[in-house]
Design a protein around this ligand. Structure first.
Ligand SMILES: [Zn+2]
Length: 317
């Protein structure tokens, strides 16, 4: 499917004939008056900021009349959203963008996405939400297809007032942004890291490795690793990096673990998670750059953006 930019006429069609205020999820309508809204009218970025609405009708009128190129709302709740002051709390968010994934098994050029890398982004989203549920006992987790990736939005009471620093630490854990101590691979965090390593290692072709600044990683050793990969993965699954280390030199082994950490870190946009005043693309709005609808996702496993987030004007193109 061609992800091309929407024309002003297509935006008009979308906001007049397809979009409805009911496209907004409850977690936005329920807190409409406490959020900052921001709009981009021409593709140059959200320059109309600090917007606030006192009612859904007023908001609806603005969307229909301005037919924005892009619309955003704050993850934060404020006493005075029109001034961005009186910060009360903020959702915990994770932004996973398929176009920015550090390793992808497709042939997409930088900035492009396809069904393959969108699927890989979704896998990563699922693994993060599993960790949030299983290890941090968080329950109120929502997903949004953002246009070229996914947002995870968490509303549990205990995360809403976390500081930026606490959000950064939580992100390091759930993304796998710390190399576990090598002699101690039991425990929840190392197991999480291992699970991610198993997913990522098959994507480490020599070409991919060249992208990482790890001079100690010798390409012929990576080739050998890939040759024996099924054995290595089985070993890792049993909590041991022994075979992994036997095939690689000690230096390569450590560098490769560091590369896995780097890949993990690059899967999520940390700036978004730590910013407690961030604005995020508004669910229901049109992502005009790619002509897709930013869509709240009820069932992530069965969600297919190329079926479920396509505006009518694209189907009629
Ligand atoms: Zn792709």
């Amino acid at each position: 499917m061609l992800l091309r930019e929407a024309t002003p006429e297509e935006r008009r069609l979308y906001y007049l004939e397809e979009w409805k205020a009911s496209y907004l999820p409850d977690y936005i309508t329920g807190s409409l008056t406490m959020r900052e809204f921001a709009f981009d009218y021409n593709g140059e970025g959200p320059k109309d900021r600090y917007r606030n609405f006192v009612s859904l009708t007023q908001f609806e009128g603005h969307m229909v009349s301005s037919q924005p190129y892009a619309a955003y709302s704050s993850v934060a709740f404020y006493k005075e959203p029109q001034k961005r002051s009186g910060w009360l709390s903020a959702e915990l968010v994770f932004d996973i963008d398929a176009k920015d994934l550090p390793v992808r098994s497709c042939n997409c050029r930088k900035g492009d996405v396809c069904e393959v890398c969108m699927g890989e982004a979704k896998e990563f989203v699922l693994s993060i939400s599993d960790t949030l549920r299983d290890i941090f006992s968080l329950k109120d987790i929502k997903f949004v297809y953002s246009g070229r990736g996914y947002h995870i939005r968490v509303f549990d009471e205990e995360v809403l007032t976390l500081s930026s620093q606490e959000r950064a630490e939580l992100l390091d854990y759930v993304a796998g942004n710390v190399v576990p101590e090598k002699e101690n691979l039991k425990g929840r965090y190392p197991e999480l890291f291992i699970k991610k390593a198993i997913k990522i290692l098959p994507l480490f072709t020599a070409d991919v490795m060249k992208e990482f600044d790890q001079p100690a990683v010798r390409v012929h050793r990576v080739h050998r690793l890939l040759k024996y990969l099924p054995d290595v993965l089985e070993d890792i699954e049993n909590g041991s990096f022994r075979k992994f280390r036997e095939i690689l030199s000690n230096k390569t082994y450590l560098s490769l673990l560091e590369t896995i950490r780097e890949v993990n870190a690059g899967m999520v946009d940390a700036k978004v998670t730590v910013d407690v005043k961030r604005i995020l693309r508004l669910p229901g709005s049109l992502h005009s750059k790619v002509s897709m609808i930013c869509t709240p996702v009820k069932n992530l496993e069965s969600f297919d953006p190329f079926r479920d987030a396509v505006p009518r004007f694209v189907m009629e193109r």
